[in-house]
Design a protein around this ligand. Structure first.
Ligand code: SER
Length: 327
């Protein structure tokens, strides 16, 4: 379904790693003042509230969420607010409540206010230690072992249920680790692959919290934005999966990303001190089979490790990053 410039779009979790860049991309594409950025706290990035409307919103505050939807009548909602894997393990009750009740509030109000489309991110965290690790298929054993993964898998099932029972056009992607230079991720297991570039550019050594041979699926932010917008703009009949699509781009280990950085910064040093996040990483896929996304709506990534590394280092050398955590 094509959204027209006069339509309104609501982005919940707009200050996070993905939300910040997605809001910007949507404002570039549509009328900037029709893209409403919302987050539980004021943005550290001034442009988020200068380039278009900004609303303070705790997605668990259902009356407030309803008031915002009632006021703006969005045609699309991108609901991105969540606790990531490592943070949710430390605060399981809140992680479950935010990730689950937040989604249910959005899905329920989207039906009530006839919102045309909802986007909600899932993750490689829906898979667990029993899942085949290489080239993980779309449909396979799941059994996630983290609160984050359990909430994402349950969320996928709810999305499917709302689609089936209410005809809600809700779409979702299972993101791999997302790597970007504009905002920092907050509390994920794949965050090392962002932190490592910041240290390299600062000329400092990096102590990695995962072992050097831990492979995980990863993706550069421009590809994640492209995938999200391509999915949302694909004709509804092409969207055959209403839980969430496997999505891949590249897969590497800490040793490989270190080597890629060292081709630009030969003096860069990395040491390894695995912590509790190692266990989470070990339960996730090493690589992803995303053939359904490729077949159904033409998914094709652009960035591999070397291309991403060159671009990350270029941009990080050019500017100080704006720091934002997800909630
Ligand atoms: N990047 C996320 C995390 O590490 C996974 O979706 O928690």
């Amino acid at each position: 379904m094509e959204t027209t410039p006069s339509d309104t779009i609501l982005v919940i979790g707009a200050c996070g790693q993905l939300g910040f860049e997605l809001t910007h991309a949507l404002r570039q594409r549509y009328a900037a003042d029709h893209v409403i950025a919302a987050d539980v706290r004021r943005p550290q990035q001034p442009e988020l509230q200068e380039a278009g409307p900004f609303e303070l919103l705790d997605v668990l505050d259902r009356p407030r969420l309803e008031a915002i939807i009632d006021q703006y009548r969005p045609k699309q909602i991108y609901h991105l607010a969540a606790l990531l894997s490592a943070t949710a393990e430390k605060n399981p009750e809140f992680g479950w409540r935010l990730n689950m009740d937040g989604l249910l509030n959005v899905l329920d109000l989207a039906v009530k206010y006839k919102v045309a489309q909802v986007y909600w991110p899932s993750s490689i965290a829906v898979f667990g230690p029993d899942t085949p690790r290489q080239n993980t298929p779309q449909l396979t054993i799941m059994n996630p072992s983290t609160v984050y993964g359990i909430s994402k898998l349950a969320g996928e099932q709810w999305c499917e249920w709302y689609h089936k029972n209410h005809g809600l056009d809700v779409r979702s992607l299972r993101y791999p680790g997302l790597i970007s230079y504009k905002t920092l991720p907050g509390g994920g297991t794949t965050d090392y692959a962002v932190d490592i570039y910041h240290k390299a550019v600062a000329g400092q050594p990096y102590e990695c919290f995962l072992q050097k041979d831990t492979y995980l699926p990863m993706m550069y932010m421009p590809d994640a934005l492209k995938a999200t917008l391509d999915l949302m703009h694909a004709p509804a009949e092409q969207i055959k999966i209403r839980s969430s699509y496997n999505l891949g781009a590249m897969s590497f280990s800490p040793a490989e990303i270190t080597a890629a950085i060292q081709r630009h910064e030969p003096d860069f040093e990395v040491t390894y001190k695995p912590d509790s996040r190692q266990q989470i990483a070990d339960s996730w896929p090493a690589s992803i089979d995303d053939s359904r996304a490729r077949q159904d709506w033409g998914w094709q990534p652009e960035f591999d490790l070397d291309k991403m590394t060159a671009d990350m280092l270029l941009h990080l050398h050019q500017a100080e990053p704006q720091v934002a955590e997800s909630r």
